[in-house]
Design a protein around this ligand. Structure first.
Ligand code: F0G
Length: 453
């Protein structure tokens, strides 16, 4: 019989409240659009009794380590294993889990040479059950959707959220409704949502239009919204940072670098870092930096043109379709965590993204285009002197290489950029187009010799 799951001594699973990030209003329940009923700002989840619970940081670290030996579903999940820092369930069986989390931390020796930062790592969230970091948040939010008695869940998405939501809804016996921008998401993500049984609507608008519509829909229909506006999503995504620190034996790196789209993930990682510091799990904060595509640079502009005080939205355009977002919902939360950790915010071009993606691929790891902004951004931060060669850096790779095969094929075939934009020697060196040959030994031998030269 598998051992029962364990709880940290002296730690009660966390009773939580919703707190408005604008006016600070505290409440036990949230409206269906997860906005404050007084000022309409976003909500976050807080744990008022945590300090009184006398949580010892050693106890927590031990408990989390011990749970790795357990075969119970919640302990096999790399998210619920850290449930002491998540909203409490009444029983472990309530969790809808696909064994999410437990993602590897890889060294990147070739990218380290390219950037001049020897201690360079990738936390690969693309190795989650549906191929992106979204699963870590979705297991928690889908669980609370079902506990609240909802039959339908819904999201607006650039693709990964919808794939993840559809999978967790299916596992939890709920129906799911997906709103995606027509023609602007990859087929692999769309095909996941279809296969997991979602009702999938391709709307003639962009992601921002889909999200606007969803926010109205959830106020009119009994549908639970699973975008990252939903604070349960961010609680689950916090565990990426907990697992990372555990992998680094609780010695924080100097820098963590994440892609920025709707800005939920950066907010979640930042929240986790601050909570870990407050609980004494880490002794100093890594700098958390956010990188955006130049064509979808709302946070970059918000910080540069409005000093982070109000959102400068943009008409988003980038081939990294996962982050093709012009009006990021969680911008205030992201500004807060950048401020609190002393991180930077940068933008990178389409060519820089494509090159970085191929460089990560050449390590045998691979990722989707949106994830590669992290390496492209690191190069800039090193040039600016913000990241120093002796510092350690973790790139958060958010999605699997297989999420956007069209991008990869077009890059290697040389069709990704028009009008000579991508014609540079560095990109040519990285390209590996497929070679069509007659089926003879001679032809294959000649190709092998040519490649060896
Ligand atoms: N990387 C990938 C692969 C993504 O899918 C996303 C967001 C991001 C980065 C940005 O994360 O929004 O938390 O700042 N994808 C969402 C979706 C919007 O609908 O799948 P963020």
């Amino acid at each position: 019989m598998p051992p029962l799951s364990t709880s940290a001594p002296g730690v009660r699973q966390a009773a939580f409240r919703f707190r408005c990030i604008g006016c600070g209003d505290l409440s036990e329940t949230a409206r269906q659009d997860f906005r404050c009923s007084h000022c309409s700002d976003l909500l976050e989840i807080i744990y008022p009794q945590r300090r009184e619970a006398g949580t010892g940081s050693h106890d927590l670290k031990d408990t989390w380590r011990q749970r790795r030996l357990s075969q119970s579903a919640v302990d096999l999940s790399g998210v619920w294993r850290f449930r002491d820092l998540l909203p409490a369930l009444e029983s472990d069986e309530q969790a809808i889990t696909l064994r999410e989390g437990n993602t590897p931390l890889y060294e990147l020796p070739q990218c380290a040479r390219i950037t001049g930062v020897p201690r360079l790592f990738a936390k690969h969230q693309g190795l989650n059950p549906t191929g992106s970091f979204k699963d870590a948040g979705m297991t928690v939010a889908a669980t609370f959707a079902r506990l609240a008695g909802f039959r339908w869940v819904a999201c607006a998405s650039t693709g990964n959220t919808s794939a993840s939501m559809a999978a967790y809804a299916a596992r939890g016996g709920m129906r799911s409704l997906v709103l995606v921008p027509d023609g602007k998401i990859s087929w692999s993500k769309l095909s996941q949502a279809l296969d997991y049984g979602a009702v999938t609507c391709q709307l003639r608008t962009d992601f921002d239009g889909c999200l606007r519509l969803l926010q109205e829909l959830v106020l009119r229909a009994p549908v639970y919204q699973l975008n990252s506006i939903n604070p349960f999503r961010l609680e689950g995504q916090k565990t990426l940072a907990l697992e990372l620190m555990e992998q680094l034996e609780w010695q924080p790196p100097e820098h963590i670098i994440v892609p920025g789209g709707n800005l939920g993930n950066s907010s979640a990682i930042g929240k986790a870092l601050l909570e870990m510091r407050d609980l004494g799990l880490i002794s100093r904060l890594p700098k958390l930096s956010v990188i955006q595509a130049e064509g979808a640079n709302a946070l970059v502009r918000t910080l540069r043109e409005a000093a982070g005080k109000n959102l400068v939205s943009v008409q988003a355009e980038t081939r990294a379709t996962a982050i093709r977002i012009g009006n990021p919902a969680s911008w205030k939360k992201a500004v807060h965590v950048l401020d609190a950790t002393g991180g930077a915010c940068e933008q990178v071009t389409e060519v820089e993204i494509a090159q970085a993606k191929a460089e990560i691929g050449a390590e045998g790891i691979g990722c989707e285009p949106a994830s590669a902004v992290t390496l492209a951004g690191l190069k800039k931060l090193v040039m600016q002197g913000f990241v120093k060669p002796e510092e350690s850096v973790v790139l958060v790779l958010t999605g699997s290489l297989l999420k956007d095969p069209d991008f990869t094929m077009e890059f290697h075939r040389g069709d990704l950029f028009k009008d000579g934009e991508g014609k540079n020697a560095e990109l040519n060196r990285l390209r590996r187009p497929p070679i069509v040959l007659d089926a003879t030994l001679d032809e294959v031998m000649r190709t092998l010799e040519k490649a060896e030269r």
